[in-house]
Design a protein around this ligand. Structure first.
Ligand code: UD1
Ligand code: MG
Length: 454
């Protein structure tokens, strides 16, 4: 526990009807991570001692996605204060410190902002509200501030007077509450308003009536962007991607066409990495320094060590490791495969459940037959081995170090070190037979044409 304990409540009970989706809104993904996961990451970075996620009835998939966070179910959607109340039993005993309230559909909140809010709370504010100045404030709650900047009240757009609607500073929804001062006030919130909902925002007025100080912290509009529709989701994704692309470049990667490079939330990319056009990084990719990723490559769950080359048109799937200086070229797919240092897999190959020794050469069109329709089996290729083009390696199988497999082979048995294995039909040659064949064929064709004319 930190000296000042921190807890977080993430609200996610909303159905998100405008998403037109069977999936709860907060599970829709940005950068391949559910929105609520982004919020959770910020809360974790803050070092929250306890996190509660409020979900609606039947949202077991949200519960699974946020595990091991605690879950509270809000039985009926009666407003943001009601949602926070639903979380309180899970915070039993949390009577001192700061409670942050966040929205599961507001994914870009930054830990530095949360830190500022916690600091304001620790300096004596009962409630700290995160404000922002949107280009268009329509629909948002407005922050009514005193001349000294302290917060007097939050008025929902629906309930605001004409004059209040002219206020540009809006409520992002993110709040920090002093547990001792503010949590007991939740009980006093009523639902006499335009929506007949229990507004969490009413806590400000109530705290003020008690003589408590309420403060405002500010954030940029992008940081508190809320997602309500698929179009919002796409906009949020673009904002995230642009930021991440810039970060990659700032840290020393060259992106030839940044707008076409797609990152995941956990992509790690080193220095002096060159990423060409239209490259996709799925979850779980780590790229070391001095790597070139050529255009149209698709990577997921893969580790690429320094000096390696990928693509163009390569697909590295889950469990791929490219060791130092390894090359995986065009139309090559790898899965659960380690390619040893300096090994080359340059063209048109599938490697699944395979280990390729250092400095091996895997010829064009090599396929590891790793699946028999029921089970997966491994292929092990030793150091410095050479697999001839268009070979099928029927797993489980081992090809020894320094061994050579003749092109077009179907290898079903192990090949010992330094052996030459050839497993294909023997070549038969008949002198002059091609000319004989052509003469015969020509004669048949001419006879048919004659018949037709008669
Ligand atoms: C809320 C704020 C408003 C602010 C705006 C920012 C209130 C009363 N109003 O309005 O001042 O400008 O967000 O986007 O707080 N939720 C529940 N249970 C409920 C209701 C909501 O879990 O019963 C969750 C939703 O899933 C969502 C969040 O709380 O994540 C906000 O709810 P929403 O209905 O979108 O509030 P707004 O009307 O947008
Ligand atoms: Mg909203």
């Amino acid at each position: 526990m930190t000296s000042h304990p921190r807890a977080a409540i993430i609200l996610g009970a909303g159905k998100g009807t405008r998403m037109k989706s069977a999936l709860p809104k907060v599970l829709h993904e940005i950068a391949n991570r559910p929105m609520v996961g982004h919020v959770q990451a910020a809360v974790d970075a803050l070092g929250a001692d306890r996190t509660v996620v409020v979900v609606g009835p039947g949202m077991d998939n949200v519960a699974a996605a946020v595990a091991p966070a605690q879950i509270a179910t809000q039985e009926r959607q009666a407003g943001t204060a009601d949602a926070v109340m639903a979380a309180l039993p899970a915070l039993e005993g949390f009577n001192e410190g700061t409670v942050l309230i966040l929205f599961g559909d507001t994914p870009f909140i930054e830990v530095a902002t949360l830190e500022r809010m916690v600091a304001a709370c620790e300096e004596g504010a009962a409630v700290v509200v995160l404000g922002f100045e949107p280009e268009d404030p329509t629909g948002y709650g407005r922050l009514v501030q005193e001349s000294d900047g302290s917060l007097q009240a939050i008025v929902e757009h629906k309930d605001a007077t004409h004059k209040q609607r002219e206020i540009g500073v809006c409520n992002s929804g993110v709040m920090a509450l002093d547990a001792k001062l503010a949590l007991p006030l939740l009980d006093e919130i009523g639902n006499e308003n335009a929506s007949a909902e229990y507004y969490l925002t009413d806590i400000v007025g109530i705290a003020r009536d008690k003589g408590y100080h309420c403060a405002v912290a500010m954030a940029a509009e992008d940081e508190v962007l809320g997602v309500n529709s698929r179009a919002d989701l796409a906009r949020a994704e673009r904002i995230w991607q642009d930021k991440r692309r810039l970060e990659a470049m700032v840290n020393g990667a060259t992106l030839r066409d940044p707008a076409s490079v797609w990152f995941s939330y956990d992509t790690v990319i080193g220095r002096d990495v060159i990423v060409e056009q239209s490259v996709y990084f799925g979850p779980g990719v780590r790229v070391a320094d001095d790597v070139i990723i050529h255009a149209f490559s698709h990577l997921q769950g893969a580790v690429v060590e320094s000096g390696a080359m990928v693509g163009p048109y390569a697909r590295l799937r889950e469990g791929t490791v490219l060791s130092e200086g390894a090359k995986v070229g065009n139309f090559v797919e790898t899965k659960k495969t380690t390619v040893g240092a300096g090994a080359k897999v340059n063209h048109l190959t599938y490697l699944g459940d395979a280990q390729v020794g250092a400095k091996s050469n895997i010829g064009a069109g090599t396929i590891t037959c790793n699946y028999d329709g029921f089970n997966k089996s491994p292929t092990i290729i030793g150091e410095g081995a050479f697999i001839g083009s268009n070979s099928a390696l029927v797993a489980p199988v081992e090809v020894g170090a320094g061994a050579i497999v003749g092109a077009g082979s179907v290898i079903t048995g192990n090949v010992e070190d330094n052996a030459l294995a050839i497993a294909r039909g023997k070549q038969v040659e008949k002198s002059g037979a091609a000319s004989v064949f052509r003469e015969k064929a020509k004669a048949i064709k001419e006879a048919k044409a004659q018949e037709k004319n008669n």
